[in-house]
Write a protein that binds this ligand. Structure first.
Ligand code: NAD
Length: 252
C-alpha cells in the first residue's frame, strides 16, 4: 500500500523557493516525490541542486511577484514543462517595520502587493487550471502568527497575513466541493532572512524566545512535514484551516 503522504507524480509550484522556508518546503515536497517549479526573483541554485539530487525534476520561473505580470507565465511554464499543476505553495513574502504613526504608503503597498494581492491572483490562475484538469489540487498559503495577532511595528504585514487567513477560508468555501484543498501554514518564529532584524534586537529576541514553549526558534527544516501533509491525500478532508507550526507559541 502506498503512503498517504506520497507525492510521486505530482507537480508543485513553490514561490520564493531559493531560501528560507520556501527552500525547505520545496526540498520536503521533492523528498515526498513531487517535481518542483520554483518561482522567484533570485536563481534558486541550491534548491535546484537539492531537488535534482533527490531524482526529481526541477524548473525555475524568474518572476517578480510584486506585480501580477508573471502570473500567466508561471502557469504556462509549469504546464509546458511538467504537463499539469497539482500543488501551489504561496510562500514568497516580505515585511516592513516601522511605527504605525510613521508608516508610509510605500511600506503598506509593497507588503500588500506581494503577500496578498499577487498571492490571490496567482491562486486564482492556478485554481482555474486545477479545475480544468479535473483532478483536484492542493493550495497552501504561508500565513503567520500575525494571521492571529497584531505584532509590533509591522502593520502592513499583520494586515496582509490576517487577509491571507481570510482568503484561505474564502477560497476553501468555494473550492472544497471541487476537490481543491485550500489551507495555510502559520509559522511561528523561524531563523530566516525575514527575522534577521528581529533576532538582531536583543530585547525583542529574548522576549520572543521566552514565550516559545519549545524553548527555541524554528529552523526551516521544522516546516516541511506540515507542507507535505497539506499537499498529500492524507489531507483530502482538510479545508480552510491554519496549521500553526510554532513551537507552542499560540498556546501561551
Ligand atoms: P525569506 O526572506 O528568507 O524568504 C522570502 C522569500 O520570498 C524569498 O525567496 C524572496 O526572494 C521571496 N520574495 C520576496 N519578495 C518577492 C518578490 N517581489 N518576487 C518574488 N519573490 C519574492 O523569509 P522566510 O522566513 O523564508 O519567509 C517565507 C514566508 O514565510 C514569508 O511569506 C514570510 O512572511 C513567512 N513567515 C516567516 C516567518 C519567520 O519567522 N521566518 C514567520 C511567519 C511567516
Amino acid at each position: 500500500m502506498s503512503s498517504p503522504f506520497d507525492l510521486t507524480g505530482k507537480t508543485a509550484i513553490v514561490t520564493g523557493a531559493n531560501t528560507g522556508l520556501g527552500q525547505a518546503i520545496a526540498e520536503a515536497l521533492a523528498t515526498a516525490g513531487a517535481d518542483i517549479v520554483a518561482v522567484g526573483r533570485t536563481p534558486p541554485v541550491d534548491t535546484r541542486f537539492a531537488v535534482e539530487a533527490l531524482g526529481r525534476r526541477f524548473h525555475d520561473v524568474s518572476a517578480d511577484l510584486s506585480t501580477l505580470e508573471p502570473i500567466g507565465r508561471i502557469v504556462a511554464e509549469t504546464v509546458e514543462h511538467f504537463g499539469a499543476v497539482d500543488i501551489l505553495v504561496n510562500n514568497a513574502g516580505i515585511i516592513r517595520r516601522n511605527d504605525a504613526a510613521l508608516f508610509t504608503e510605500d511600506d503598506w503597498d509593497a507588503v500588500m502587493d506581494v503577500n496578498l494581492k499577487t498571492t490571490f491572483f496567482l491562486t486564482q490562475a492556478v485554481g482555474r487550471r486545477m479545475m480544468e484538469q479535473g483532478r483536484g489540487g492542493k493550495i497552501i498559503n504561508i500565513a503567520s502568527m500575525l494571521s492571529y495577532q497584531g505584532g509590533i511595528r509591522v502593520p502592513s504585514y499583520a494586515a496582509s497575513k490576517s487577509g491571507l487567513a481570510g482568503i484561505t477560508k474564502a477560497l476553501a468555501n468555494e473550492w472544497a466541493g471541487k476537490g481543491i484543498n485550500v489551507n495555510a501554514i502559520a509559522p511561528g518564529y523561524f531563523s530566516t532572512n525575514n527575522t534577521t532584524a528581529l533576532r538582531a534586537d536583543e530585547d525583542r529576541s529574548r522576549d520572543i524566545l521566552a514565550r516559545i514553549p519549545a524553548g527555541r526558534w524554528g529552523t526551516p527544516a521544522d516546516i516541511g512535514g506540515a507542507a507535505v501533509f497539506l499537499s498529500s491525500s492524507a489531507a483530502d478532508y482538510v479545508h480552510g484551516t491554519l496549521l500553526a507550526v510554532d513551537g507552542g507559541w499560540l498556546g501561551r
